[in-house]
Design a protein around this ligand. Structure first.
Ligand SMILES: Cc1cc2nc3c(=O)[nH]c(=O)nc-3n(C[C@H](O)[C@H](O)[C@H](O)COP(=O)(O)O)c2cc1C
Length: 199
């Protein structure tokens, strides 16, 4: 339990522990964070699934379609922000990251092969996500709707993108009746620089 008596190292461990849980547990609040990028028109935000968090590598992993706006944004500016909030614990984590995109490389292929055909619908739309249409579309091929198979989803690898966010800074806030608690952790070359912040 995080409290003013906790050390900054304990808080950093707690933050990573929660991110790791968020990646692993579909029911955890941190499984569906907000991800913000810089577009040419300003900031764009959207909900994503946090697939995995890796403390040692300082990585947050998610998947997307190569044809989405966010990927276009990241190709121009690899800086992005993640926002996590857990209403149960009243804790917020903000992460400043730099994103590496893996498209049709070894890493993307390895992850793609682990995605079951039934979960590949998000990457096999005939239209690029965000395309304007004159009538309703679920943007799924007919064959996928009938039965997703390895064969009728394999073309999705052409769209699938593995997004690896390398964390540069973490900002942690815990709301407490007795007094809020805020701390910041900044990666500097080979170590975290930790500081308390006024909430
Ligand atoms: C609960 C939830 C989870 C989502 N997960 C993802 C995801 O993991 N990857 C993704 O690309 N889009 C995901 N989306 C859709 C995005 O929020 C967004 O609508 C889509 O990616 C297009 O965003 P863009 O045009 O800003 O790139 C999710 C949406 C919701 C509501």
């Amino acid at each position: 339990m995080i409290s003013p008596e906790s050390t900054l190292t304990e808080i950093l461990d707690h933050v990573w522990g929660m991110l790791i849980r968020g990646g692993a547990d579909k029911k955890h609040a941190y499984h569906f964070p907000v991800f913000a990028t810089y577009s040419s028109l300003g900031i764009e935000q959207r909900t994503l699934v946090l697939r995995r968090a890796d403390k040692a590598a300082r990585q947050l992993i998610c998947y997307s379609d190569q044809r989405t706006q966010k990927v276009d944004d990241l190709q121009r500016n690899s800086s992005a922000h993640w926002l996590f909030y857990d209403h149960g614990s009243k804790e917020q984590i903000r992460a400043k990251v730099s994103v590496q995109l893996h498209h049709q490389d070894k890493q993307a292929l390895k992850v793609w092969q682990e995605i079951p055909p039934s979960a590949r619908g998000d990457y096999i739309g005939p239209l690029p996500p965000g395309s304007q249409t004159t009538q309703y579309t679920d943007n799924l091929p007919e064959s996928f709707r009938e039965e997703p198979t390895e064969e009728n989803t394999e073309q999705g690898i052409g769209n699938f993108v593995l997004m690896v966010s390398e964390v540069q800074q973490l900002d942690f806030l815990k709301l407490r009746r007795e007094g809020h608690l805020r701390a910041q952790f900044t990666w500097s070359h080979d170590h975290w620089e930790n500081t308390w912040l006024a909430p």
